[in-house]
Every structure is written in structure tokens, then in C-alpha cells.
Design a protein around this ligand. Sequence first.
Ligand SMILES: Nc1ncnc2c1ncn2[C@@H]1O[C@H](COP(=O)(O)OP(=O)(O)OP(=O)(O)O)[C@@H](O)[C@H]1O
Ligand SMILES: [Mg+2]
Length: 351
Amino acid sequence: MEPQSARYPVVLTVAQQKGGVGKTTLARLLAVYASREDLLGKRVLLIDFDYQASLSKLSLNGMKVDDYGAEPPIHPEYDPEEDVEWNGRSSSADIFFDGFAVPYPVELPYPIENLQILPAHKAGLQRVEEQDRTKLREMVINRLHAFLSDEDVCDNFDLVIIDTGPKDSPLVRAAIRAATHMVIPLTMEAQCIDGLSEMLGLWRLELSARPQNRPLDMVGLVINHFDARYSTHNAYLSQLNSDERISPLLIDTILPRRAAVTDRDTKGTPAAVTFDLPRSMDIRARSLELCAKICSVLFPEEAERLKTLEPDDAYLLANRERKAGREASADESSVGVEAPTADAVDTGVQV
Ligand SMILES: Nc1ncnc2c1ncn2[C@@H]1O[C@H](COP(=O)(O)OP(=O)(O)OP(=O)(O)O)[C@@H](O)[C@H]1O
Ligand SMILES: [Mg+2]
């Protein structure tokens, strides 16, 4: 394994083999919190490694979904006259091939200057995982770390957040290999609790394979979908709290199950992040507290500031207005390929 370069972004991998526990919800929440100028204000790159492309659909307008799965839209900076070797689409699968890994500006729930995404492309990611077993280590598992070590990435991003799919796979191994930090969401269900030691096993396995100058910090286990009315939830929680290997890893801010989280992404409207919900909702305060705790581990120098950080309503309003303005001008335009927006961020990241 190549040594850790002097400069490397903070890389947080969100992993859990069990589906539907909140990996995507957490990845997105943290990305918005970490990038918004009124909050942590870091430059953040999201990477979607899940075939289902949930994170990409919640971040970009125009993700194309057909029988073959999801495909990213035409990139807003694509110029067919100039970019003759590029088809105008880019995805996280391009990290592994000699393609164009050009992150997109995130548009949803509203444009955020500091936030970009390398979206998922199902067919591309499947090709990545179909690599010959003998080539997997070199072509996939070590490749993401090499990509993130590139100076274009290091110059443009402070934090990379990787959302993974619901199974152990070469892409998950690559995301863990490249990570500086890991977070594991879980729910109080038998399958999830039973699979926890396997997840922690993946972390320990990776730790034992690494040189000491490249640590992998377990930020912790985030309990999500918690419902105190269920005796099973309470029973599993006390079981975890009394397990001396697990309790030190539990983050003590628990996310309750709240309809407001799901409502937003099932009604076809862009899901708000939970700290944009009304102040009266407990999920809002919990989400902010959770983000502050996790980001304090990622950026310890910010810990004091994060303790009291509150979203600025004026920021939210201004960004929603920007979004409405962009949508209105997109409606007026009948051109098939979107022109670059004035404030599109030049990433320069290509492979
Ligand atoms: N605290 C919560 N309360 C209610 N609904 C939630 C909560 N957290 C997440 N959800 C909803 O649960 C569903 C699954 O969440 P999410 O997609 O984040 O899980 P996931 O682990 O990424 O799933 P997958 O393994 O399929 O990728 C989503 O519809 C999401 O909106
Ligand atoms: Mg997901």
C-alpha cells in the first residue's frame, strides 16, 4: 500500500451492510452541514457508490432512471465542441476507469456553493465490481485512495463523504481503504445488531492492514429510526450499552423515527435536510447535535465553534431563492444541454 501523502482530505465512509438504516440520509445530512457557509463551511465532495443511486437522485436534478438503472445527467460544464473525448456524463465509476471523474454541483435540496457530488451510475459501478478477482485489489480496492490523493482533489476539497450500498462488496472495501474516518448507522433490529460485529470486523481488518501513519478512526455508531415506544428497541439499546466492546463506540445522540424525514423524499419533492425542518421538531435539534458531534471528530479544531452553531435562516432563504431562480431560467431555455451556471465551481478534477 502506498504511504499516506502529506496532504489528503478528511474522508468519511458511511457503511452498513444492512439496507434502509439511514446511510444515505446521514451522508447527505453531514454533507449539507459540513459545506453550508453558515455552518461548518468546508469544501465537500460526496461520492455515491450505491447502484440504487439514492444519494445522487436526492442531490441532482435529471438523474436518468431506466430499466438499466440510474445514469447521471449531462454535466453543466460540458461543452460538446470543446470536450470531444467526453460524452458529458460523469460518475463515481469513472474513478476506476480512464474516464472523466468530474464532480457535479449539488442542486438539491438547494444549491450549495461548497458541495459537489460524483453520482452513481449503475452500469458503470457493476463493471467496476466485475473486475477479475486478481485485479480487484489494484483496480478497485486501492484505486479510490490513489484518486483522493491526487492534488486536484486535495486542492479542491477538505472533506469527502462516501455513501455505500447495503452489502459487503469491493466498492465498500475501496471506500473503507480510502477512509480516514468511518461511521456506521444502525437500527434496533435483530438483523442489524447481529451484523454489527461483522461491520466492526471490516474496520478492524482494515486497521490491521494499514501502516501506522494512516489511521482509520471509528467516529462511532449512530442509532437511527429509534422508537422508544417499542420494547424491542429499548431492549436492544440496553444490550448495546452493556456490551463493553460496543458501548464506547455509540454516539450518544440518537435519531428518532419521524415521518417528516421520509415524507419529504416520497412525495416527489426534494427532501429537506432535517435541520431545515421547523424548530419545534425534535429531529431538527437532534440532527444538528449529531452533525456537530461527528464534525468535531473530523475537524477537532472546530469543536468549540460547532457546539453552538445554528443554521442561519437568511442563508436558507437566499439559497432557496437561487434555486427557484435557476428553475425559472431552466424552464425558459429549450436548449438540450444546460449551459454552465455563472457560479459553477471549477473543480478541475479529472482522471
Ligand atoms: N430517522 C428517520 N425517521 C424516519 N425515516 C427515516 C429516518 N432516517 C431515514 N429514514 C428514511 O428511511 C429510508 C431509508 O433511509 P436511507 O435511504 O438513508 O437508508 P440506507 O441505509 O441508505 O438504505 P440503503 O441500504 O437501501 O442504501 C428513507 O426513505 C429515509 O428517508
Ligand atoms: Mg442508501
